[in-house]
Design a protein. Structure first.
Length: 288
């Protein structure tokens, strides 16, 4: 799966940038506090301010983000397997992107893009391209002036229900580095026919809420279970302490949102026949 990765730069850098040389940006810390929101899984309300502080990471990127005058072009393919490729796209906060969507199959598609709740619900007025016919390419230009999450979807009859959607990950100094119930942090996880997760170790803050964007890059069917490591290893799925996305077919994505409000250790695994025994598991660690 191709992944589009977009530069994080400050507004001044957007004006002065003239090459695709590597840029190092250190995001500013998140705001001092956000309103507390109670979570079904959390013993007490969790906010960015209530979590242990995390150091601002240094992000190394190698090209300049788009502007309204010169949008960055991101190519997306829609196919008859009812998938978008790529289905996870990273953008810089405030940048403008032109999505060139090509229909490589025979069935007609659409491309809706906006705040995740709106795109998923097919909300009237959400920006979209309709009637993308076989062999054609249409373009939608969008400015990401919020912190997300954003999503993309096709709502032709039955397409979204079959898994034809994706997510936009926004990065930048204004995006909280720690996820909350109101605004989970998006973390991409890939699965392969080599029976591996990538990454196989994910760092979270204690009490953080994360939405895992789990994509099957191969052809074998997989699942993604997450929770306390001992319960995950034993395949004890209860839907609350251990959550699961099952029957993830090739090229498709499913999501799992989880709040790490316990002491751990936590882990994730695939228990399709023989997969866990072959080593298809990963670990969650508390850290920055």
């Amino acid at each position: 799966m191709n992944r589009a990765v977009i530069v994080i730069v400050a507004a001044v850098a957007l004006v002065g940038a003239c090459s695709t040389a590597a840029v190092v940006v250190t995001p500013a810390p998140s705001p001092a506090a956000t309103p507390s929101v109670a979570a079904p899984q959390v013993a007490s309300p969790v906010t960015s301010a209530s979590l242990a502080p995390t150091p601002a990471p240094t992000t190394r990127l190698d090209f300049v983000p788009g502007t309204k005058a010169n949008p960055r072009i991101v190519k997306v393919t829609a196919d008859d397997q009812l998938t978008f490729s790529p289905n996870v796209i990273t953008v810089a906060q405030g940048e403008t992107v032109s999505f060139a969507v090509t229909n490589s199959g025979k069935a007609a598609h659409e491309f809706m893009l906006g705040p995740a709740a709106d795109a998923i619900a097919d909300k009237e007025g959400t920006p979209e391209i309709a009637d993308i016919l076989a062999g054609t390419t249409k373009t939608l230009t969008f400015t990401f002036d919020g912190t997300g999450p954003y999503a993309l979807a096709c709502h032709e009859p039955g397409h979204f229900e079959a898994g034809m959607f994706g997510y936009i990950v926004v990065v930048g100094p204004g995006v909280p580095p720690v996820g909350t119930v109101a605004q989970p942090r998006l973390v991409e996880v890939d699965m392969s026919d080599e029976l591996k997760f990538a990454p196989s170790n994910i760092s979270v803050a204690k009490g953080e809420t994360v939405t895992f964007l789990v994509t099957n890059l191969g052809t074998a069917v997989h699942e993604f279970a997450i929770g306390p490591a001992a319960m995950v290893d034993a395949d004890e799925i209860d839907g609350t302490i251990v959550k699961e996305a099952d029957e993830i077919g090739g090229g498709h994505m499913k999501t799992v949102t989880y709040t790490f409000d316990g002491s751990g250790p936590y882990g994730f695994a695939c228990h399709e026949t023989g997969h866990f025994e072959a080593g298809m598991k990963g670990t969650i660690t508390f850290g920055g």
